[in-house]
Design a protein around this ligand. Structure first.
Ligand SMILES: C[S@@+](CC[C@H](N)C(=O)[O-])C[C@H]1O[C@@H](n2cnc3c(N)ncnc32)[C@H](O)[C@@H]1O
Ligand SMILES: [Zn+2]
Length: 255
């Protein structure tokens, strides 16, 4: 309720997310996209990599480490577990890892941290690349009991490459992108309203050099489709999350 008053659209999104989980399969509250069963192979072909790639094999080991590290802190990966928000899905994390590695990303920006699963895999990718930095914009959960869980998946040894930016993407993203000038990868996983997604996509697109955007939970509204239609020359992919609980999208620029 307090979030609804302070950030009306975000409060509504969180309430809809909860309702969506109560409706079996989320169908009644989902916007329709048709995931491409071959998205990962087609994405890799566009990037000039074979599929399955070596990075995806490395990811399997990393995913086990991430799961173990959260479990050892008493936190199991899941949907709706961080103040009503979902942890990053395995497929979403894998594409964030592949893009960071294959594009040899240097400047990465994401929105939505929670326990920091996408943050962890992007930072691991940058570390493996031997350079780069991640800026993560995040509005902490309203219930302060969850604040000790923020970034729990991010090991101390990776934090020298990480800047946590507290606040809403609407307030923080334009200034951050202006400061950075150009970015290589952008990951949207904050408030999934149409208004917020479209806002983030347009700002990220303008700041993107030759690179990629990933957007989670695109089936919550029509914004991803309207964005890709207005950038019709850009290769776009719709993927189903590994756990089948959501769809995410990828758009490439300069490929
Ligand atoms: C789905 S979770 C992020 C999951 C994370 N990417 C991962 O892989 O585990 C969404 C996060 O975005 C935060 N959030 C909600 N509204 C936001 C907004 N308008 N701007 C930035 N962060 C927001 C939530 O508090 C939560 O921490
Ligand atoms: Zn790959």
């Amino acid at each position: 309720m307090r979030l609804t008053l302070r950030e009306p659209y975000d409060g509504l999104d969180r309430a809809l997310g909860r309702a969506r989980r109560l409706v079996r399969g989320g169908g009644a509250l989902s916007h329709h996209y048709s995931p491409d069963a071959e998205w990962e192979r087609r994405l890799h072909e566009r990037l000039g990599h074979a599929w399955p790639c070596d990075a995806a094999h490395e990811f399997d080991t990393l995913w086990s480490e991430v799961s173990r590290s959260l479990e050892s802190q008493g936190l199991a990966i899941g949907r709706g577990t961080y103040g009503g928000w979902d942890d990053g899905d395995r497929g979403l994390a894998r594409v964030a890892w592949c893009l960071t590695r294959h594009l040899r990303a240097d400047a990465v920006v994401e929105t939505g941290v929670a326990r920091g699963i996408t943050s962890r895999v992007i930072l691991e990718g940058l570390e493996r690349n031997g350079g780069g930095h991640l800026w993560s914009i995040d509005l902490p959960a309203l219930d302060t009991a969850f604040h000790t869980e923020i970034g729990a998946a991010v090991s101390a040894s990776l934090r020298h490459r990480w800047t946590y930016v507290n606040g809403t993407s609407r307030r923080r993203l334009p200034g951050l992108l202006a400061e950075l000038g150009q970015i290589d990868v952008f990951v949207h996983d904050s408030s999934h309203t149409a208004r917020n997604l479209r806002f983030e996509l347009e700002h990220a697109w303008d700041a993107l050099g030759k690179g990629a955007i990933v957007a989670d939970d695109i089936d919550r509204n029509a914004a991803f489709g309207s964005f890709t239609r207005s950038h019709a020359g850009a290769p776009a992919f719709v993927a189903q999350a590994d756990d089948g609980g959501a769809a995410f999208g990828i758009v490439l620029k300069g490929f």
